[in-house]
Design a protein around this ligand. Structure first.
Ligand SMILES: NC(=O)c1ccc[n+]([C@@H]2O[C@H](COP(=O)([O-])OP(=O)(O)OC[C@H]3O[C@@H](n4cnc5c(N)ncnc54)[C@H](OP(=O)(O)O)[C@@H]3O)[C@@H](O)[C@H]2O)c1
Length: 302
């Protein structure tokens, strides 16, 4: 009895219903390889297009803020070497000119601007476009630092730091978004910090600005995805730039050594961060958005 029940499922039983499904499933199984093949064929042709220019920035025009110093200057060098045409921004025109003169090829432009003037950002960026053409990328490297314990912190410091490090980024993103200003696709990269990921003493305003930049990156990534604009950020550990030199003067040799020891691969070079930013601007990172790429010599691996 048991055996015959196995061969002939009872009418309307669960097994009978499964039996009925068998021809349908076998049809799906037969069709699936073809559907999969078509999917692979399509993604293959997309990937071939992507791979052809994956690691190049040829024909791209990229605005670099903070281009007059440190990480921004190194970013300018790396992007220009990858074929990008650059719009270099900062406040100090003499140092911007030094960056420009060190770049391979001509065709790059200077666009000095004080990003603390938040209300003017929209008009400034819009005014650049007749001269530069539409932008395909933004590397926002400008930033300031303040060493000020929370018990001594002032509204003035908070205001200065948040304006330059955070609100300017949000204003730049808003100004960059319209299709009259940026190409499709386009990519935007902000420079956060490990201070936005882990705590440290004496830098509350700076940490808060860099942590908020990570949150801003995620929100903008979602808002701008439909526009084919990717938004990512990098979070560097300590990098040998004028900004780090300034902070070093407040530290004892022992404190300096302790910070360096927290970077298993040592203190970074501006070019280490610049390469990561270049990656996020190139087509090879086309599936990255809302990401924070940590470039810290192992600082946050503890
Ligand atoms: N160095 C590090 O260890 C480190 C670590 C993590 C994150 N970062 C971040 O990396 C970014 C670059 O830092 P850096 O080390 O390269 O510092 P830096 O050498 O001091 O360069 C800072 C750049 O920001 C520009 N800038 C500052 N305020 C500005 C304003 N109001 N308007 C326009 N430009 C302004 C400066 O241009 P002008 O002087 O011409 O105005 C300069 O080009 C910053 O966002 C910083 O927070 C640095």
């Amino acid at each position: 009895m048991k055996n015959s029940a196995w061969c002939f499922p009872r009418k309307n039983s669960r097994r009978a219903r499964l039996h009925k499904m068998l021809p349908i499933w076998s049809g799906v199984m037969r069709a699936e390889p073809q559907a999969l093949f078509e999917l692979f064929r399509q993604s293959d042709s997309i990937m071939n297009d992507v791979l052809a220019n994956a690691w190049s920035l040829k024909d791209q025009t990229i605005l670099v803020t903070g281009a007059s110093s440190g990480i921004g200057r190194a970013v300018s060098q790396v992007l220009a070497e990858r074929g990008a045409r650059l719009v270099l921004s900062g406040r100090n025109e003499a140092r911007l000119l030094e960056t420009l003169q060190a770049l391979p090829d001509d065709g790059h432009l200077l666009a000095p601007y004080d990003l603390a003037d938040l209300d003017g950002i929209l008009a400034w960026l819009g005014g650049l476009i007749p001269r530069t053409g539409r932008l395909s990328g933004l590397a926002h490297c400008a930033g300031i630092f303040a060493l000020q314990p929370a018990r001594l912190s002032t509204v003035k410091t908070w205001d200065r730091i948040l304006r330059t490090n955070l609100i300017a980024a949000a204003q730049l993103a808003a100004a960059f978004r319209p299709a009259t200003i940026s190409t499709r696709p386009a990519s935007m990269v902000f420079v956060s910090s490990v201070a936005g990921l882990v705590g440290d003493r004496g830098i509350s305003a700076y940490s808060a600005s860099k942590g908020a930049l990570i949150s801003l990156t995620k929100t903008l990534a979602l808002e701008f995805a439909a526009e084919h604009i990717r938004v990512n950020c990098v979070a560097p550990g300590q990098v040998a730039t004028p900004m780090r030199e300034q902070t070093q003067q407040f530290l004892s040799p022992e404190q300096s050594a302790a910070i360096e020891a927290m970077h298993p691969l040592g203190i970074g070079l501006p070019a280490d961060v610049a390469q990561a930013i270049a990656f996020l601007l190139m087509p090879c990172s086309r599936w990255f958005t809302g990401s924070t790429l940590v470039v810290d010599g192992g600082y946050t691996a503890h």
